[in-house]
Each structure stands twice: as C-alpha cells, then as structure tokens.
Design a protein around this ligand. Structure first.
Ligand SMILES: Nc1ncnc2c1ncn2[C@@H]1O[C@H](COP(=O)(O)OP(=O)(O)OP(=O)(O)O)[C@@H](O)[C@H]1O
Ligand SMILES: [Mg+2]
Length: 234
C-alpha cells in the first residue's frame, strides 16, 4: 500500500481523467486509509456483468470507447511519470457515471485504479525490469518467462483486456502456468466464432498481442491506429 501511495504521489502534474484520483492517505494505529475518487459503478468486471449478463461481452463500439480512455491513462502514466502499471485487468479499471441515469456508454468514464504493482521505470533511455508480477492471464510473454521487460508489457495487457471485453474470454489460457507459458510461446490466439469483429479491431488486437515486444506497437503508434480513429481520445 505504501508503494501505491508513492506511485500516486509521483504522478506529476496532478490528475488525468483516466486515472482514479488520489486525495490523501491517513495512518491510524492499526490501519492505513487511502482516500480516492469514488467510482460509483465499481470495476469493469462488475460493469460488464451487469450490462451484458447473458453474453459477458460488449459490442465493438463500446469496447473502443473504454479502450481509448484506458490507453490514454496508460500513456499518461508512462509519458509524465515513467510508470508501468503492471496489473491491467478488468478488476482494476473503475467505472464512474457522468449523468444521473446513465445508459449509453458515453455516459460513463473509465479510470485506471489499483496502483499496487505499478512501478516507476529507471530513467535510462531504454529501461527494463525483471520482477515477475501481475495476473498470469494478462501477462506478456516476456514477463511470464522472467525475461527483461518494459512498458510494452502493459501494451500486451491492454490487448488482453480488449480481447476479454469483446469476447468474454482470455486470448491465452492454460490449465496451469506451464501450459499458459507454452501457449503464449506458440503465440496463436483465436477469436471465438460467435464474435464478429472489424478488420481494424482485429489488427489492433494483433498489434498489442505481438509476442516480440520490440514489434509490439508503442502507445503513440496505437493512439493513431484506425481502430481508434473515429473515437474521442483524451
Ligand atoms: N475508487 C474506487 N471506487 C469504487 N470502487 C473501488 C475503488 N477502488 C477500488 N474499488 C473496488 O475495490 C476493488 C479492489 O480494489 P483495488 O483493485 O484497488 O485493490 P486490490 O488490492 O486489487 O484488492 P483486492 O485484492 O480485493 O482485489 C476494485 O476491483 C473495485 O471493485
Ligand atoms: Mg485490484
């Protein structure tokens, strides 16, 4: 928790609309309290379960709207403070309504929360880290194999997040961590037959879920991708 407070405090220039706002920390004899912006709709996992109880997935235009905001938040973390989040997943994206009776997707804001695993990258020109952390099903191949990694590991997790929003499934799974590692190494994932996606969307997923992190696109490149072209990016 101390690390989470440090990360929030190091976010230079105050807040960003796509990052949950941190107000203050309060230490009592037995507890440490973090005062944060309240996101009344909880996390993205709960949001999808309520919005699409039968399918557990959202249509492409809604996924795009969410993705734009999360991407801008992650880009801000990297550009302004050199921070990798390292735990992007449905549970760590918070949802806040903008109007009293929200309905369409534009009535909500999506914000990155849970900085518990976030890490400030070293200030070398090409900083890398090696600690294995995060949630295995969202982990980039270089993280799960214990290799050096950089912010491109968040790019992978964003791709896994988008895949899950669109299909209700994970791009790569396994009965155990070894099988997951093996499947990641094969690098082949399949979009379920019951999910129709545009070519731009499929290409965007491919750009994020590239096995070789050097070939994986940067935040700046992704921001200009045609999939996000017609959407409001912050
Ligand atoms: N600012 C907030 N507004 C509304 N709900 C929140 C907020 N922060 C966290 N939550 C809810 O609490 C859950 C857990 O918060 P968070 O991800 O920050 O902690 P965590 O360390 O992952 O805890 P846990 O191990 O319980 O998941 C979130 O998934 C979300 O449902
Ligand atoms: Mg969490």
């Amino acid at each position: 928790m101390e690390r989470e407070i440090e990360v929030f405090q190091s976010l230079s220039g105050g807040g960003h609309p796509s990052i949950v706002r941190f107000y203050k920390a309060l230490q009592t004899a037995n507890n440490l309290y973090l005062f944060m912006e309240y996101c009344d709709k909880g996390d993205l996992k709960e949001f999808i379960a309520t919005r699409a109880p039968l399918t557990g997935k959202l249509p492409e235009h809604e996924a795009r709207f969410i993705l734009c905001q999360v991407l801008c938040g992650l880009k801000h973390l990297k550009d302004r403070s050199g921070i990798m989040h390292r735990d992007i997943k449905l549970d760590n994206i918070l949802v806040k309504s903008k109007v009293p009776h929200p309905d369409s997707i534009e009535h909500y804001e999506f914000k990155i929360g849970d900085m518990g695993l976030a890490k400030q990258m070293a200030s070398s020109p090409d900083p890398t880290h090696q600690t294995m952390c995060g949630t295995p099903l969202y982990m980039a191949p270089e993280v799960i194999t214990g290799a050096k990694y950089n912010y491109k590991a968040d790019v992978w997790s964003l791709g896994a997040l988008l895949f899950q929003i669109l299909t209700g499934e994970y791009p790569f799974t396994g009965k155990n961590i070894d099988e997951l590692r093996f499947n990641l190494k094969q690098g082949i994932y399949k979009i379920p037959n019951n999910t129709n996606l545009s070519l731009e969307c499929i290409d965007f997923l491919n750009c994020c879920l590239k096995h070789d992190s050097k070939k994986r696109k940067s935040w700046n490149e992704l921001r200009l991708h045609p999939f996000l072209g017609s959407s409001d990016s912050r």
